[in-house]
Design a protein around this ligand. Structure first.
Ligand code: PLP
Length: 383
């Protein structure tokens, strides 16, 4: 049987063999990292070694890494009025992952959704204006702006936004789940106070993530009842998962230079798509994007039809539209960008990874070409 072409790395990346091996060893560790005996100390050492590696991926201090059960929990942990009191108002970009858009622990009236441009970038002028006009007297702004969007790949101007937010006396959180391992990440260069990571997008296990804090930043724990993670995230640590996250972070950081090859494959894919369907639209193509992501719509063709047809041909991609509930809905990202509803319904997301190769691109283009030809013929016959 021919190998399938897996081109859905923004949904999740395959577990790296080195990660699987390290996790299998870690599963054999007997101790609880909080125990003082030898077994406990061995488990603690494994967790702390991973913390150093995850911190290194974003150039942060290990003590500022808080392990969580994934990106969703990390976003929920980060999105709260910072410890220390005071009144806060949240500003959340309209293209955030649903776990951020949900608004965390800010009251419904205490948050505003920020618009994006038609290219899918947060509008910095509008951000500055909104902060000047909408932060009530005596309150401070908490802004959440993702480092890059999971559907379009558009890289957001986080450092510039952080300067605006800090000027207004606020705090900036960035969801960097899709940027980790794809572009260099540096907490200080980004100016982020809080940053979210998820292990399974970089070849680590599902169900592990982290909030990384800048020096001096704080979070309000979501749960109480345990002293783990310096009292910021109680519960016995997922030792094997955290070890896997550490190994994945280490490898992802080392492989960053290879992302240039991934970008070349992605560009070849887009060129091939335009040859097959010259009217195809590539969203956010005019701005800096993640090297691995392409969100494509062919006018008149439905995303579900393409995703199912490609799957039958051995190629895995996603509908650009949100479908976490199993039901395809119009993408809130494309809606925020002002895309026409038909274009939004047609969008498929192709996302490459560290293992993607030329054969994957050829498999995609072969299957995509056949489908477009067939579906357009059907369309003509029905007209
Ligand atoms: N943030 C972004 C941008 C994502 O793409 C995802 C996953 O799709 C998450 C957060 C959630 O991460 P997790 O699956 O680890 O909960």
């Amino acid at each position: 049987m021919n190998q399938r072409a897996y081109l859905d790395h923004n949904a999740t990346a395959p577990l790296r063999p080195e990660v699987r091996e390290a996790m299998s060893d870690a599963l054999a560790l007997v101790g609880n990292p909080s125990s003082v005996h030898a077994e406990g100390r061995a488990a603690r050492a494994a967790v702390e070694e991973a913390r150093v590696k995850v911190a290194a991926l974003v150039h942060a201090r290990p003590e500022d890494v808080i392990f969580t059960s994934g990106g969703t929990e990390a976003n929920a942990l980060a999105l709260a009025p910072p410890a220390g009191g005071g009144a806060w108002k949240a500003f959340i970009s309209s293209i955030e992952h649903p776990s951020v858009l949900a608004g965390g622990r800010f009251g419904a009236g205490a948050r505003t959704v920020l618009p994006v441009t038609s290219a899918g970038l947060v509008d910095l002028e509008s951000l500055a204006r909104t902060l000047a006009e909408e932060v009530p007297e005596g309150s401070r702004p908490f802004v959440s702006l993702m480092a890059a969007n999971n559907e379009t790949g558009a890289v957001q101007p986080v450092a510039e936004a952080a300067a605006v937010v800090h000027e207004a006396g606020g705090v900036l959180h960035t969801d960097a789940v899709q940027v980790a391992g794809r572009l260099p990440l540096d907490m200080s260069a980004l100016g982020a106070d809080l940053l979210t990571l998820s292990a399974h997008k970089i070849g680590g296990p599902k169900g592990v993530g982290a909030v990384v804090m800048a020096e001096g930043a704080s979070v309000q724990p979501l749960m109480t009842g345990g002293g783990q993670e310096s009292r910021r995230r109680p519960g016995t640590e997922n030792v094997a998962g955290i070890v896997g996250f550490g190994v994945a972070a280490d490898l992802a950081a080392k492989e960053l230079p290879a992302m240039g090859d991934v970008a070349r494959l992605r560009d070849a894919l887009e060129e091939g798509v335009r040859t097959i369907a010259p009217d195809a639209v590539v969203f956010a193509h005019s701005v800096a994007r993640l090297p691995n992501t392409s969100l494509i719509a062919v006018p008149g063709l439905k995303a579900e039809t393409l995703v199912i047809g490609l799957d039958l041909a051995g190629v895995s991609v996603s509908a650009g539209s949100a479908c976490s509930s199993g039901k395809v809905e119009t993408s809130h990202v494309l809606t925020a960008m002002g895309a026409a509803p038909e274009a939004a319904r047609a969008a498929i997301r192709v996302s490459l990874g560290f293992r993607s190769c030329d054969n994957d691109i050829q498999s995609f283009l072969g299957a995509f070409g056949d489908l477009v030809k067939r579906l357009r013929k059907d369309e003509k016959a029905a007209a």
